[in-house]
Design a protein around this ligand. Structure first.
Ligand code: BGC
Length: 750
């Protein structure tokens, strides 16, 4: 029998975490908004709901090499802001600008908006600060979210996002299109590295941390930005693995695995939500009243601004084919519940919306509700008081302290997957660095780094170091040899690499996939490119061979893993990736990272750790059905840990109880180390087929050699519930198994 606990969302709230009531602006502000709204024409309202890209406002000569050579086109700007009443602008033009240039163009835009329009409404500028303020030259970049999830350090994740906010705002930009809260359950997907990995619990914890970090204590503070939870909803699970293609997701599955991070973000008062460009179960999200209004607004009580993704209203007509013309596409999207259309190149949305209101096909009240939310956000950000960038903020960018934090995040993001006593390396050994990642800044940073795809090496600022440069600086040039060995264009120079290897004591092979995101990042084969695998095989000569993996997602390395004495997953660790790798390889830093995803062994086995029991059945006894190369949560240290004395409640628990667990963790090695204790729980029997286990809590513990600490957890029993076929949370009486560090015990719920 199923006990239906509460209708849907009530149970999402973690005990102890009160659902923060959304602080609507104060009464005075609401009155000020009403006063503006009363005087606004339909044209002005439609303009406020329109967002254009900077390129549409820039001079056509702006495409030359120097990014700061970019210029706004006065006529285009005036037409957009004064004539068409555009309320929001986004993006950079080609590549990252300096703070000075950002200040210059934002001042020009705000001058026009606040001095030459009827209601003097400031413009809301938005940008993708995906892993640091990546479109501001000189800003501090961080590991991508996947690496941040590997740190298992929510406090650190919050701090990284706080720096991102500070440096974005220092450029004068008050609105970030992040964090990405898509749960990464499809490793082929080109935006995998932008996710916090495959687990919904980790993604939820990191959602809270990242929104907190970005929005800070007060939105009007010059160190905070408005955050955007994106992309609502189910974007990261495309059936084909290709970006912006359909997902098929039953509602209970959607609620179980994809919705919770967004709920956490709404609890944290996230100011905006961006819509998934694609479709779920045949309905594009931009046309889904069910998703945007019923679920997000009414059920989740989201009061902020819903922004479309790039050109997605138009695409309801010309790509998804659910609207016979663009006018109907606009009507559908407004009916679904969007507030701002990222148009972003023209006025198709604005013009059609005005027409639809005139023809009474869209009620003007719908525009009023959206414009109220937009104006409220502008008020909350303090733009009505001071729309201009702060000239004194340039020195808040790229500080020593921010870089120290990025270096720490990079170190903690590295996951030691294998170590056959090859690591740590001695300080004296001669190292051969090889592979396409060993001398490339883009391989360390990934997409959204100074340019959209991150592939333009010339766009990276001077002092940044590649892996090779970091090793040269720390290990001494005489002790570092290098040979690229394999390139991204598929070519190799294996013999040269092999010749160099003869003079080295150890070979560090830095394989890397070429960075990419969205459609340009699509791949149809998860295998590591063949020329890179050939390089590893060629260098397997018996000398210690260390494999370092840079990239967007887990590329298959099964064919060469056996040749390697040690393997490190590094993802896109950012500007300090090179030094972090050196510190881990030489043992100056004892690795702490844990995989936030399942590392697949085979191309067609892309299951996550929380699969079903039937997925574990293989063709015969020796061949398991679920047999990843490395398990979710895996990550070695230079010390070892032992678990003992797992204690669980002896008597059956009630749904209002807390599940109290404790376990001893001992450092049994010779070095100080940090262990992440993961608590997995399995429902032994349930009315809907239960997964083999689900992560319900995790905690890090620092241990000196020989030290034992008792680690305790208090997990609300309601966290043992799941979404049943009626799409609400159910908790079924019965037995559950708690699994921590190889220990197992049963508990009962009545
Ligand atoms: C991406 C979004 C991004 C937007 C604005 C889109 O193509 O999907 O994640 O925020 O562009 O740059």
């Amino acid at each position: 029998m199923q006990i239906h606990l509460f209708p849907r969302l009530a149970l999402f709230a973690l005990p102890g975490v009160l659902l923060t009531p959304l602080s609507l602006a104060g009464e005075d502000t609401e009155r000020a908004i009403s006063a503006i709204l009363e005087k606004m024409s339909v044209e002005e309202k439609a303009g406020q709901m329109t967002q254009l890209t900077l390129g549409a406002l820039s001079s056509s000569e702006s495409n030359s090499g120097d990014p700061d050579g970019h210029e706004l086109d006065p006529d285009k700007l005036r037409n957009a802001i004064v004539k068409k009443h555009v309320g929001s602008v986004l993006n950079v033009h080609n590549m990252a600008f300096s703070v000075t240039h950002w200040h210059k163009i934002l001042t020009q835009i705000q001058d026009l908006a606040t001095k030459e329009t009827r209601h003097r409404i400031p413009v809301l500028y938005g940008i993708d600060s995906v892993h640091g303020a990546n479109y501001v030259r000189g800003a501090t970049l961080f590991p991508h979210n996947l690496g941040l999830a590997a740190t298992r350090n929510a406090k650190l994740v919050e701090q990284c996002h706080a720096i991102t906010a500070r440096e974005t705002r220092a450029a004068g930009i008050p609105w970030n299109f992040g964090p990405s809260l898509d749960v990464g359950r499809q490793p082929l997907w080109s935006r995998y590295v932008e996710t916090f990995g495959e687990d919904v619990h980790i993604s939820s914890v990191m959602a809270t941390a990242s929104v907190r970090g970005l929005q800070g204590e007060s939105l009007s503070s010059k160190t905070s930005v408005a955050a955007t939870a994106k992309h609502f909803l189910g974007y990261s699970f495309p059936l084909s693995g290709q970006d912006r293609t359909q997902s098929l997701l039953p509602e209970h599955y959607l609620r179980e695995y994809f919705l919770p991070p967004f709920i956490r973000a709404v609890e944290q008062n996230v100011q905006a939500v961006m819509v998934n460009s694609s479709e779920i179960n045949g309905i594009p999200l931009h046309a889904s009243h069910e998703m945007l209004t019923k679920l997000l607004r009414e059920e989740m009580n989201f009061k902020g601004v819903i922004v479309t993704d790039w050109e997605d209203v138009k695409k309801l007509h010309n790509l998804h084919k659910v609207a016979p013309n663009i006018k109907e596409a606009v009507r559908l999207s407004v009916e679904a519940g969007i507030d701002i259309c990222m148009a972003p190149n023209d006025f198709h949305f604005t013009n059609n919306l005005i027409q639809l209101v005139r023809e009474k096909l869209v009620p003007e009240e719908a525009l009023d509700a959206s414009v109220r939310r937009i104006l409220r956000l502008k008020f909350s950000l303090g733009l009505f008081d001071s729309p201009y960038p702060d000239p004194a903020s340039a020195n808040k960018i790229g500080t020593k302290e921010a870089h120290a934090l990025s270096a720490r995040a990079a170190r903690e993001s590295l996951v030691l997957l294998k170590n056959d006593d090859a690591l740590p390396l001695s300080k004296e050994c001669k190292i051969l660095l090889t592979g396409p990642g060993c001398h490339s800044l883009s391989a360390l940073h990934g997409s959204w780094s100074y340019t959209w795809q991150g592939t333009d090496e010339a766009a990276y600022p001077e002092p940044l170091q590649t892996v090779l440069e970091s090793f040269n600086a720390r290990h001494g040039r005489d002790n570092v040899l290098w040979a690229r060995g394999a390139q991204w264009d598929g070519s190799t120079d294996l013999d040269y690499a092999l010749r160099k290897a003869r003079n080295a004591d150890v070979i560090v092979c830095v394989l890397a996939e070429k960075p990419g995101t969205e459609t340009p990042g699509n791949i149809s084969d998860l295998s590591m490119p063949e020329n890179q695998l050939r390089l590893v095989r060629h260098l397997a000569t018996g000398k210690p061979l260390i494999l370092v993996l840079l990239g967007n997602r887990p590329r298959l390395i099964t064919k060469v893993a056996g040749h390697c004495h040690a393997i490190i997953h590094a993802g896109h660790p950012g500007p300090h990736g090179g030094e972090a790798l050196y510190e881990v390889l030489t043992g100056q830093f004892n690795p702490t990272g844990r995989l936030p995803f399942t590392y697949p062994r085979n191309p067609h086995s892309l299951l996550s750790y929380d699969h079903k029991h039937s997925d574990s059945i293989g063709p015969d006894k020796e061949t398991p059905g679920f047999n990843p190369l490395y398990e979710f949560g895996h990550g070695l240290s230079y010390t070892t840990f032992h678990y003992d004395n797992l204690e669980v409640p002896a008597t059956p628990l009630d749904k209002n109880d807390k599940l109290r667990l404790s376990v001893d963790v001992t450092n049994t090695g010779k070095r100080k180390g940090t262990e992440t204790v993961h608590v997995f729980i399995r429902d032994l029997f349930a009315s809907v087929v239960p997964p083999v286990k689900r992560l319900r809590a995790f905690r890090q513990v620092d241990l000196s050699p020989g030290e034992t600490k008792r680690v305790t957890f208090e997990i609300p029993v309601t966290d043992l519930s799941y979404f049943g076929l009626e799409n609400s949370l159910v908790l079924e009486p019965g037995e559950f198994e708690v699994m921590i560090g190889g220990l197992k015990k049963r508990i009962a719920v009545h």
